[in-house]
Design a protein around this ligand. Sequence first.
Ligand SMILES: Nc1nc2c(ncn2[C@@H]2O[C@H](COP(=O)(O)OP(=O)(O)OP(=O)(O)O)[C@@H](O)[C@H]2O)c(=O)[nH]1
Ligand SMILES: [Mg+2]
Length: 298
Amino acid sequence: MFKSGFIGIIGRPNVGKSTLLNMIIGEEIAIATHKPQTTRNRIMGIKNREDGQLIFLDTPGIHKPVSLLNRHMVDAALNAFGDSELLLMVVEANAGCRDDDQLVLHSLRDVKIPVILVVNKIDLVEKTTLLPLFDRFSTLFPFAAIIPLSALSGAGINILLDEVWKLLPEGPQYFPEDMMTDRSERFIAAEIIREKAILLTRQEIPYAMAVVVDAFKEIEKNNLLRIQASIIVEKDSQKGILIGRKGTMLKRIGTEARLSLEKFFALRVYLELFVKVRKDWTNDARALKELGYGKKSY
Ligand SMILES: Nc1nc2c(ncn2[C@@H]2O[C@H](COP(=O)(O)OP(=O)(O)OP(=O)(O)O)[C@@H](O)[C@H]2O)c(=O)[nH]1
Ligand SMILES: [Mg+2]
């Protein structure tokens, strides 16, 4: 029997949703960092197997929105519910049940499709701590299954995939076999640059940045990819920090991003980075839309 369907990966920020998507697909299509609120859009990852096509939707972490950007992120996550046949609610084995987990559970109150609880990061805890946690979450929602795993090491992933397959309906192959994601190479390039910038900056800067790819051109005869991109920030002071003294910070971001881009695209990359200010863009509906955080870009 061939089965297929859409599986929304949901949960509060930083629980490992994007890491899980990457481990399932076997490629780094979604950026993942130790800082919460890394993912800002919905990102599709397609897993083909002989008996099915599992189409996963990574989503931003559900949290209490402060800015318009936050609002977009939470909407993008909630919007994925309606397009899914099955949901994976990801929680952290080492964190118990947090307030934002409760927020996620609250958003599930009218959901009619099955929900699997994925207890991630089991590499960080003693096995004996798992059962009480399963019990706690079972009292809060009627999960179709509870799967402990480590998205980082891959332990338990195959058990999850079999369980997902079991719960999916019979269906066709929706996407061609060689398609891995719905996101463009430009999108992934911008995300890789944003990831490196997040990892190298502190405090509010990671949350104040957007990355736009201005030019993306493969020069085939040289095996070279030319990328021009801008990091957009909210304030002049943030621009100063991102550029750094004598440009050192921007140079570091550029070097790290180039190495990752070269690995992902398997090409030599020539990367040019700029920093621009767009005042208070995280609360400006028009700017958000232009930067890829509008309704159409959930
Ligand atoms: N030890 C351990 N760390 C993990 C595991 N899975 C994810 N992480 C780490 O948890 C952090 C958050 O991972 P992400 O995949 O970015 O989490 P997310 O849920 O997508 O976060 P948002 O996009 O911010 O909502 C990263 O530092 C990951 O390396 C795991 O199984 N074990
Ligand atoms: Mg993520």
